[in-house]
Design a binder for this molecule. Structure first.
Ligand code: NPQ
Ligand code: MG
Length: 367
């Protein structure tokens, strides 16, 4: 039985500033949901950022939505599945929903003694690890940073791009590290369809994909762009549910999908998108939102499913943090081990949680 829901707030510095087309981050604000039951408890990390720049959702708004609209739906018997059905009438707010869903799922799987990976249908125990490289101050810095990641073993590199920092970055990295490097780019919606001719210059560099070139609501634009360029178009921000995934595939707005459970309302929805893409031969990979170990552990379970045929953005803990909130995830020959303990398989370290603040605790009515 679910007894209470706690909200824990914290923060953590990044090892280096992370610059994307929407801004530069030097630290990560954190929100964890703790679902407390009779015998176990579940943890989940909210992926929303401090500001509404990657998505409309942002952390303070998630605290409000979770407290005011999601927690009141919960009952002592709630499960992840019943919760998802119960919050269906609430529009959007996928990141808030995902966080509560995942805490409930972690709790119920710990009660059942099943790992999240096993529950979801994982077929791997190790997942290949890619790295997302922020926009650097110079091409020299970019080459140095990419070189460091490759020497650590990352098997795939993603370069963040924006208008004015794009073709030259790719040309330089290709020239320096060769044709064999698995290389892709992510624009975080920074371009317009009228940039198609410019983006076509990327065709020369044999990229795995270009991620979210246009605004999230511009599916028609992605359809048009995908016809004009050879680089496969992958969607991230645009995919918020099974229905938007199906629509994007049917319309040919993309040929690859980045699945982030936090962006689609949770792991149950992410699994459905994976199953759809597998049946349609659409490759998927698991994105990242600068999660600490709590979020990273759950992403690893998902990335171990058979349809995840491309390396994702699940990097080692030390890509982002000097000290993770959980025991650190490390690279082993460019791969990360999938947790096999019950639920998400990790817990926040007590000494790290001591730096968090429990900002709310909601009792769940017992019948
Ligand atoms: C992406 N992630 O694939 C995102 C973007 C991103 C690893 O490239 C705070 C909250 C900071 C959300 C930075 C990667 C963030 C964030 C980047 C999302 O598009
Ligand atoms: Mg992205």
């Amino acid at each position: 039985m679910l007894r209470s829901i706690e909200l824990w707030r914290g923060g953590i510095d990044l090892v280096s500033p992370f610059r994307t087309s929407f801004g530069t981050d030097t630290s990560r604000e954190l929100l964890y949901v703790h679902a407390v039951g009779d015998n176990n408890s579940g943890w989940a990390e909210c992926v929303a950022g401090t500001e509404p720049n990657y998505s409309a959702e942002y952390l303070q708004n998630c605290i409000e939505v979770i407290s005011r609209f999601l927690v009141p739906v919960l009952r002592a018997e709630s499960t992840a599945k019943s919760f998802v059905a119960d919050v269906a009438p609430i529009r959007g707010n996928f990141m808030s929903k995902a966080c509560v869903e995942t805490a409930l799922l972690d709790l119920q799987l710990r009660d059942q003694n099943i790992s999240l990976a096993k529950f979801l249908g994982a077929t791997r125990t190790l997942v290949p690890s890619g790295v997302s490289v922020g926009i650097q101050n110079s091409l020299d810095d970019l080459v140095r940073v990419v070189g460091q990641y490759l020497s650590q073993g990352y098997v795939r590199v993603k370069l963040k791009i924006e208008p004015g920092s794009d073709i030259e970055l790719v040309r330089t990295v290709r020239k320096e590290f060769g044709e064999e490097l698995m290389l892709q780019v992510d624009a975080n919606a920074a371009y317009k369809v009228s940039d198609a001719k410019h983006l076509k210059k990327l065709d020369d560099f044999n990229l795995l994909l270009i991620e979210q070139p246009l605004p999230e609501d511009d599916l028609a634009g992605h359809v048009e762009l995908a016809k004009k360029i050879q680089t496969p178009v992958c969607l991230d921000e645009s995919i918020t549910s099974l229905e938007t995934a199906r629509g994007a595939i049917d319309l040919k707005a993309c040929s690859i999908i980045n699945i982030k459970p936090g962006r689609v309302g949770g792991y149950l929805e992410a699994k459905k998108i994976h199953d759809l893409c597998l049946s349609r031969d659409v490759p998927v990979w698991c994105g990242g939102m600068l999660e600490t170990g709590v979020g990273r552990a759950a992403n690893l379970a998902l990335a171990a499913l058979p349809g995840f045929t491309l390396p994702g953005d699940i990097s080692a803990s030390n890509r982002y943090f000097t000290r993770d909130i959980t025991p650190p995830f490390e690279l082993v020959n460019g791969h990360i081990r999938v947790p096999d303990k019950p639920g998400i398989g990790v817990d926040p370290l007590p000494e790290m949680l001591a730096g968090f603040k429990k900002i709310a605790s909601f009792e769940i009515a017992q019948n």
